[in-house]
Ligand binder design. Structure first.
Ligand code: DX5
Ligand code: ZN
Length: 217
């Protein structure tokens, strides 16, 4: 499988959200990456269900929803109803991770787990067989436009190895500080899905930039 590109809506122009969603529809992007922040798990608040539903109405590609919230198990059904296709929770936010993953799957969504930069990949050993996706955070979550933490490349390799050893079907996604300058290294290190916010939306022609990302690797 060649790599997938998931532009992050967090960097879109919220006053022109419909226009930016249509741009992604029209582009070579594969998924919409949708960041949900609660101001508790991370020091920022993004947006909630009405915005996710509004994106879903226009989106012609899957919604990859990244929950940076405490107790995500309380909202699994709501995110299904709002239109999530893939639902990713944080390892650090789940006391009963196995149960939460089962609940996501029971709702008919793909299930992902994300790791903060300080969380070792080996902690996924007993949950990896149940996952569709592992999201490696390459910045401390909460804000777009931060600098890529280089150690994340090592974690991508460790994740790919863990997946291979366990026979899991999970794919590896990277999120934070992804740019055209590090995309080749990221793909080489084992990432299959590249989330990119600032590096796409800060350019004069985001659609052309998405194509450049798609042509990497
Ligand atoms: C960060 C979010 C990211 C963010 C990435 O907490 O999870 O998805 O939008 O933005 P860039 O690509 O600008 O680092
Ligand atoms: Zn994200």
């Amino acid at each position: 499988m060649s790599h997938l590109i998931a532009p992050s809506i967090l960097s879109a122009d919220f006053a022109n959200l419909g226009r930016d969603v249509e741009m992604i529809n029209h582009s070579d992007a594969d998924w919409f990456h949708v960041d949900i922040m609660d101001g508790v798990f991370v020091p920022n608040i993004s947006f909630g269900f009405p915005v996710v539903s509004a994106i879903k109405k226009l989106a012609k590609k899957p919604l990859d929803v990244h929950l940076m919230i405490v107790q995500p198990e309380r909202y699994i059904k709501d995110f299904k109803n709002a239109g999530a296709d893939i639902l990713t929770v944080h390892y650090e936010a789940c006391t009963h991770l196995h149960r939460t993953i089962q609940q996501i799957k029971e709702e008919g969504m793909k299930a992902g787990v994300s790791l903060n930069p300080h969380t070792p990949v080996m902690l996924l050993k007993d949950i990896i067989p149940y996952l569709d996706l592992v999201l490696i955070m390459s910045v401390n979550p909460g804000f777009g436009g931060q600098k890529f933490i280089t150690h994340s490349l090592t974690k991508l390799g460790e994740t790919a190895q863990l997946i291979a050893e366990s026979g899991s079907q999970a794919i590896v996604e990277i999120d934070g500080g992804v740019s055209l300058s590090n995309a080749d290294d990221i793909i080489k290190a084992g990432a299959k899905v590249l989330v990119t916010g600032n590096a796409v939306f800060s350019t004069p022609d985001p659609e052309a930039t998405i194509k450049e990302f798609k042509d990497r690797g």
